[in-house]
Design a protein around this ligand. Structure first.
Ligand code: ADP
Length: 345
């Protein structure tokens, strides 16, 4: 091939945004752009013969051979090392054009979605099956053993509550995962923390857990009040749920001083929810923010947990430009620390 023709080919391939390579039928690489080199793991200066050196992947080599044989374009998805690549192959006159795109991230997201749907369906099945069998049981005992009716109704209502909580959490999580950042009014988090504590006071008392709040009169954060409420509610509900009789939950809210927040060009507020409860082991700690991850499924379910609370909390914190940390000791209690920017960014 003349050097002018080769250089025209090269320019053409270089101008393509996705990975691109032009090959001859005997496997010579006429041109290959930087993206394709990166995706195929080819060294910068290499001019390999494709079939032998580059297409280490048998499927891709096979697809190339098929396109030469049938002269029909094709698209295949191949795994090359850790990467999922989509390869589209077609003949352009007497050469084969290979277009490559990296589908690794898409595949990861698809997998997460599939897992989520599978987990959510499984979680929904439990209360739905419970409701169904309790309704059947009610139908049987209502005439013959009416004294059993109140207990069955109470269990029925319990299962229905679980179902409602789960559906609400799923909807919240889906909305938060869509990721529209909050355009916010100013929310008084100090007032919000007091309100959440007041609403959970009865639950704390029933669990014989002492709940206390240490917050300034007023602390403003730009954000969405209902989401920030979800954040505080979930953390405090957990601190009560995974506590022990005689234990305590302490909520403290403060504004961090300028030296800490100077690089962000604004203030930071810090909310700590510290409990003296059962704690979380080092091996479970990194996983508690995952959807549906529970250290003790029975305890979570029994106390009204859905396994989604901390995922919701993390999303709310991150959507508000903040972060969440957890510190825990098995048997020694847990502290969640949320930091949020206190001014518009
Ligand atoms: P759940 O609805 O099960 O509470 P979360 O997502 O809120 O789901 O929490 C995930 C898991 O993390 C819980 O099931 C529990 O095992 C653990 N966990 C959360 N908060 C605490 C806490 N304050 N103390 C001990 N364990 C906790």
């Amino acid at each position: 091939m003349s050097s002018r023709r080769r250089s025209r080919r090269h320019e053409l391939v270089e101008s393509i945004a996705q990975g691109a390579a032009l090959l001859t039928e005997d496997g010579e690489v006429v041109a290959v752009n930087a993206t394709a080199r990166r995706l195929l793991g080819m060294p910068e200066d290499a001019r390999p013969r494709l079939a032998a050196d580059t297409l280490i992947n048998a499927e891709l080599a096979h697809a190339v051979a098929e396109v030469w044989r049938t002269e029909r374009p094709t698209t295949v998805e191949v795994l090359l090392g850790e990467r999922h690549l989509r390869a589209s192959l077609s003949l352009v006159r007497d050469e084969l054009l290979l277009l490559l795109s990296d589908r690794t991230e898409e595949r990861r997201i698809e997998e997460l979605r599939r897992d989520f749907v599978a987990n959510a369906s499984h979680e929904l099945k439990t209360p739905v099956t419970g409701i169904q069998s309790l309704a059947d049981a009610l139908g049987v005992v209502v005439h013959d053993q009416p004294e059993r009716v109140p207990a069955l109704v109470a269990r029925l209502s319990n299962e229905a509550e679980r179902l409602v909580a789960l559906v609400h959490d799923l909807l919240d999580l889906r909305r938060l995962e869509e990721g529209t950042p909050p355009v916010g009014a100013e929310v008084d988090v100090a007032e919000l923390v007091r309100q959440v504590a007041a609403s959970l006071f009865g639950r704390a008392e029933a669990a014989r857990v002492q709940l206390s709040v240490d917050a300034p009169d007023r602390l403003l954060v730009p954000g969405i009040a209902s989401d920030l409420r979800l954040l505080v509610q979930n953390l405090v509900a957990n601190a009560i749920r995974y506590n022990l009789p005689g234990g305590s939950v302490r909520l403290s809210l403060r504004e961090l001083g300028p030296p800490v927040c100077a690089p962000l060009g604004g203030g930071l507020i810090e909310l700590m929810v510290a409990d003296t409860g059962i704690g979380i082991s080092d091996s479970d700690l990194p996983r508690v923010f995952e959807r549906f991850y529970r250290v003790d499924t029975a305890r979570s379910r029994q106390t009204g947990g859905t396994g989604l609370g901390l995922s919701i909390v993390r999303h709310v914190a991150e959507q508000h430009g903040g972060s969440i940390d957890v510190d825990s000791e098995l048997g020694g209690g847990t502290t969640f620390t949320v930091r949020l920017p206190s001014r518009h960014r």
